[in-house]
Design a protein around this ligand. Sequence first.
Ligand code: ADP
Length: 491
Amino acid sequence: MTSEAAIKIIYTPRILVVDDEARIRDACRLVLEDCGYGVCVASTGTKGLELIREQHFDIILLDLMMPELSGLDVLPEVKAQHPDTVVIVITGYATLEHSVDAMKKGAFDFIPKPFTPEHLRVTIARAIEYTRALRDIADSRSRLRTLVNRISDGVMCTNHGHRVALANPAFLRMIGCAAESVIGRGVDDFIYIPRICEMIREASANNDVEASELIEEIPVNGHGQSEEMILNVRCVPFRDRTGRNIGVITVLHDITTLKKMDRMKSEFVSMVSHEIRSPMNSVLMQIQVILDGLAGELSEKQRDILTRAFQKIENLAHMTTELLDLARIESGLITLEREPVAMADVIRDQVAFHFPMAVSASIEMVIDIPETLPLVLANRRNMEEVLSNLLTNAVKYSPGGGRVTVSASIINDYLCIRVKDTGLGISDEDQNRIFQRFYRVKDEKTRYINGTGLGLSIVKSILESHQGRIKIESQPGEGSTFSVFLPILTG
Ligand code: ADP
């Protein structure tokens, strides 16, 4: 026996026959018991109701024309007590009108008298299928409800008109809402964090299947919370069979602790780099004094050793400066001062600045941008750093004779700047890792190229703090294209 079969619960559907004609009751019992169903019978509406109050039936076969309490009187009572019980009415030819009435009151089907055993079996089998489908729906709803209510992330589902269809306790707690239930309420009515409501509307209006998920980190202050909380908010629209947006699922994840730890880490790195930078610079100065011959004549060998020591320490000093930059960006210091920046100027300045470096590496550097580009709200120095890192890498990781092209275009509400090279390229596996701190691709070709593995993580941090992003397309041996996306300044 398979384990699945072992845990399968064998369920016998239970059927009640309510009819004042003993002949019909007996015939039904005979046919239905023969099919393996559990059958009870009642000779009047009153007796039928007594049984219904005591136990649950999957199906009730109910005669409409009974003295005293008719089937039409029994039906509402059944629906009130057991809404999931399927009622099939038994009617005489003359009472077809009544059976229509019964259907209106919630009966599932009707069987006109006289009926054959086969007719009864087919009608009951159809009703059993229906009750199974109902049970499956009820089971999966219950599973979903338990799952959503138990998870620690906040989950809310809204319909096309931004009214709530479902919101779990974690969601209400995170937005600081004290109400027990918000089902049916409009989002603006109880969510006092305007950006979340805007995101729901934006996600719902976006019909682009590929890029319709919105993700943002939102600091939340004072909405019933004693301390500042940082929420990762995701809004994903869901669609009907024709692909039309019919609502939005919003998921909140509390990342306050994660952010605090990250900030502490950045502060620590910043403190350490700051402390070691000064002694390192003074060692560099002293070596330079010796190399300049101010402390006496040097032999060729001594000069050689000191020059190598100087280069190694210089690399270290460079790395501490980059670490300091990264730590500052991550703790949000550098990005504080923002202004409308004309990126076309920044691109031209940076290309001009890196041009001599490209020329000496025998690399052609081409600029291909429109006369003007829309403004972005950014820290100018950060933007220079992004371009400087990408241009330096494009030249550094391209063999002589290659070409670096900088282009720009507008994609939806973003300014997209592309730095394309014809260099070494990056494998799929490395593409996922080069944005991590200190990660450097190590192979025969990159071995002798100096670097710290921090440049791209600085670029990524800067872009994220500007609500932008970076994308890479690359083929080993053919070159790489780094695309930077920055939100265009509107209004
Ligand atoms: P660094 O250049 O100092 O090593 P980065 O963070 O700027 O650090 O880059 C990480 C790694 O990504 C590099 O070591 C290099 O292997 C790879 N890389 C970056 N840009 C390019 C490029 N344009 N072409 C090929 N490889 C690149």
